[in-house]
Design a protein. Structure first.
Length: 158
């Protein structure tokens, strides 16, 4: 009887080892959360996903079109992506749980990876508009980017 138990245990351990090796060799997925296809984040995300697919064995990598910073951070928190591109201001708002910026609660699963590029805010007006200062923008219709994007949040801060 003891021999049968030992054989059974050995078979069970062997099956577990084979299963763990098979799981380790399964394809990994990397979803890079980007932004709109016309923005800067999308081509960066596509390039990153191509690098990951080539450099990490057994990996399938994709670049997902999103509404950018706030959505990316919320998706990352929900486990629906492995890497997200976002403005530093948006990351700070997410970490604090700023509801006005699009974060109902503090997002605590975020980890900084890199500063990808310097991002500048540009304010441009038509020469015929008569706008020469920030104060002149009061009461005017302006374009601030996609809703809840980092660009819109920057515009609101200004």
């Amino acid at each position: 009887m003891r021999l049968l138990k030992k054989i059974g245990l050995a078979l069970t351990l062997g099956a577990a080892l084979i299963s763990s090796v098979a799981l380790a060799q399964q394809q990994q997925f990397v979803n890079v959360l980007t932004g709109g296809q016309s923005g800067v984040y999308y081509p960066l995300g596509v390039a990153l996903s191509q690098i990951y697919a080539k450099a990490i064995p057994n990996t399938r990598s994709t670049a997902q079109v999103t509404k950018a910073s706030a959505e990316n951070l919320n998706l990352l928190q929900a486990g629906r992506g492995e890497l997200a591109l976002a403005l530093a201001d948006s990351v700070s708002d997410a970490w604090k749980g700023d509801a006005e910026a699009g974060f109902k609660t503090k997002l605590d699963k975020l980890r900084g990876l890199s500063a990808t590029y310097n991002n500048y805010i540009q304010i441009v007006a038509n020469a015929d508009s008569g706008i020469t200062t920030l104060a002149d923008l009061k009461g005017k219709r302006i374009s601030v980017g996609a809703a809840k994007s980092g660009t819109e949040l920057n515009a609101r801060a200004i």
